[in-house]
Design a protein around this ligand. Structure first.
Ligand code: SF4
Ligand code: SF4
Length: 79
């Protein structure tokens, strides 16, 4: 539900933290295995598209579309 970040792709640019209108993402105190400050999906339930299913049209998707590393994807119950 909401969104998830793939830590293998994220380079820690923090665009998602700055762009999300609902403050879903927060800075992480620790680094990923690759050494990047991958943000935390701190408030997934605040996402505008939190209750959307895989085939539902999304209203926001700003973070998914703007992440330069394509590291953000939708999180559903079965993935
Ligand atoms: S925008 Fe993408 S690459 Fe940048 S911090 Fe967020 S998830 Fe990582
Ligand atoms: S889809 Fe929009 S509201 Fe949801 S986490 Fe991404 S930028 Fe924030």
């Amino acid at each position: 539900m909401g969104t998830k970040i793939n830590p293998d792709y994220c380079k820690g640019c923090h665009i998602c933290i700055m762009i999300c209108p609902r403050k879903v993402y927060e800075h992480n105190k620790s680094l990923s295995n690759s050494g990047y400050p991958v943000p935390v999906v701190a408030h997934p339930e605040s996402c505008i598209d939190f209750n959307k299913g895989p085939s539902d049209k999304k209203k926001c998707a700003l973070c998914v579309l703007t992440c330069p590393e394509h590291a953000i994807d939708w999180a559903y119950e079965d993935n």
